[in-house]
Design a protein around this ligand. Structure first.
Ligand code: FAD
Ligand code: NAD
Length: 471
């Protein structure tokens, strides 16, 4: 490519990190190319992650609720049937309209979108093997690596995406399995276990640690969550490590071992979902051509301005440090473009919410109780159960609680942990409060509409700094 064709930014990867950076750079009037090999934009999140999983979670909840939670509300229905093909089509249509929407946004913001695999030919030149055949090269003053992540395979049990599957197949099974073992009780494991368990599969979750929910979930909330999911029909084996697997027979067999005092045994299932985490994806990127090294977990190493060791090559999203979350990738995408364009940009990593879209939802932001304890940070806590909230009562949906952690001296909010209906929406209020350095008294003295679930949020703040009214 000639210098006249040089772009201000070339972005490799059209996931949330890449496409948001492309739109933002377009809005800033920069010349941008975004390279994506999948054939559609939106990456893991829109194609095989956040979006399809939430469609299945929403509709399986509806199905489960019609079956098990309608009669006592005075709603009697006739025969309820699940049409799995239509159920999957509803998911596909959400995915297609959103990925097409992103393509439209790139066009609208003047971004060049190349369908193909990008790899470093030099520190400024990216060779693109086009999906339609052929090759081209784009040159960028700045390059952003946004190549995302992939499921971590389980050593010794080959993934065939039929009987031993990752989340990518767990969102697209054509038949409801009779039995499923989920290896890993993190967010992917529990969301997918919820979907299939609601549709009738007998699901057992095997988790290495002594609590479910993956890193970050408050222990008290994790325990409450496990109890509720167990009531819904899910089985759990905690402190148990899957050590090996065998899929030569009719069923997939797993040897599990006492990780921290658990029992050794053999388990078997029709389908095994491997959900033991995700790892950065840099295959085919040609990092070796520019002498770029990765850390011990395969992440691209960056500084606080997202610069790799080659200053004009920056990196954001799942492929580098931090939680593997779409909204984290999105924040970094805006910040990295601001760094390039204006010289400064900012993400508050202490204030990134997490949501697990089980039923009820689990959501949190800031620090959890076990972290504060281990760091010997003083705190006080207050909580409010949904069983004492009027809206939850009218909804006949009273499981869960809001828990707040605050500095005992200054009353500044340190963390919010919620399990309950709509927790994923309610956590936005906690995130805003944390971002603005609110005290729990600030929250307690803010008028909340009645009757809303959000009143439980206010009452938890009241419980933290003085007294809740309704308990
Ligand atoms: P990705 O979305 O992985 O995008 C990277 C893109 O780069 C891919 O499309 C890939 O094809 C492309 N690419 C890679 N190499 C090249 C190359 N050399 N050339 C061209 N293109 C390339 N997060 C949430 O916040 N909320 C959720 O509810 C949620 N649910 C999830 C559910 C599941 C089942 C999974 C698996 C993940 C979920 N996540 C969720 C995580 C979320 O999907 C990721 O954090 C997010 O997608 C990261 O965005 P990214 O752009 O960094 O990477
Ligand atoms: P995770 O790290 O959240 O959980 C993996 C779990 O597997 C851990 O609890 C770990 O202890 C356990 N584990 C590991 N090896 C094991 C073994 N041999 N036997 C038994 N248990 C074992 O990872 P995940 O659930 O795969 O999710 C991957 C990423 O995707 C996460 O970063 C997550 O935040 C993101 N994600 C987010 C959402 C959401 O925001 N709603 C949804 C899905 C995925």
């Amino acid at each position: 490519a000639s210098a006249s064709e040089e772009k201000d930014i070339v972005i490799i990867g059209g996931g949330v990190a890449g496409y948001v950076a492309a739109i933002k750079a377009g809005q800033e009037g920069m010349k941008v190319t975004c390279i994506e090999k999948r054939g559609t934009l939106g990456g893991t999140c829109l194609n095989v992650g956040c979006i399809p999983s939430k469609s299945l979670l929403n509709n399986s909840h509806l199905y489960h609720q019609i079956l098990h939670d309608s009669k006592h509300r005075g709603i009697e229905v006739g025969e309820v049937k699940l049409n799995l093909a239509t159920f999957m089509k509803a998911k596909d249509s959400a995915v297609t309209s959103l990925t097409k929407g992103v393509e439209y946004l790139l066009k609208k913001n003047g971004v060049e979108y190349l369908k193909g695999e990008g790899s470093f030919a030099s520190e400024n030149d990216i060779k693109v093997s086009l999906n339609d055949g052929g090759e081209t090269t784009v040159r960028g003053k700045n390059i952003i690596i946004a190549t995302g992540s992939e499921a971590t395979p389980f050593p010794g049990l080959e993934i065939d995406e039929k009987r031993v599957i990752t989340s990518t197949s767990a969102i697209a099974l054509e038949k409801i399995p009779e039995t499923m073992v989920v290896i890993g009780g993190g967010i992917i494991g529990l969301e997918m276990a919820s979907v299939w368990s609601r549709l009738g599969t007998k699901v057992t979750v095997v988790e290495f640690l002594d609590q479910i929910g993956g890193p970050g979930m408050d222990t008290e909330i994790a325990k409450a969550t496990q109890k509720i999911l167990k009531k819904q029909g899910m089985d759990f084996k905690l402190k148990t490590k899957v050590v090996s697997g065998d899929k030569s027979g009719d069923k997939v067999k797993l040897e599990v071992d006492a990780a921290q005092g658990g029992k050794s045994e053999t388990m078997s299932a029709d389908v095994v979902l491997v959900a033991i985490g995700r790892r950065p994806y840099t295959k085919g990127l040609g990092l070796e051509n520019i002498g770029m090294e990765l850390d011990e977990r395969g992440r691209v190493i960056i500084d606080s301005e997202y610069r790799t060791k080659v200053p004009h090559i920056r990196c954001i999203g799942d492929v580098t440090f931090g939680p593997m979350l779409a909204h984290k990738a999105e924040e970094e995408a805006v910040a990295v473009v601001e760094h390039i364009k204006k010289g400064f940009g900012h993400v508050n990593y202490g204030c990134i919410p997490s949501v697990m879209y089980t039923y009820p939802e689990v959501a949190w932001v800031g620090q959890n109780e076990q972290d504060l304890k281990s760091k010997k940070i003083p705190y006080r806590t207050g909580s409010f159960p949904f069983s004492a909230n009027s809206r939850a009562k009218t909804n006949l949906d009273t499981e869960g609680l809001v828990k707040m952690l605050a500095d005992p001296e200054t009353d500044r909010l340190l963390g919010v942990h919620i399990i309950g209906p709509n927790a994923g929406e309610m956590i936005a209020e906690g995130t805003l409060a944390l971002e603005y350095g609110a005290s729990t008294e600030d929250i307690a003295r803010t008028c909340h509409a009645h009757p809303t679930l959000a009143e439980a949020f206010k009452e938890a703040a009241m419980a933290t700094n003085a007294k809740a009214i309704h308990i």
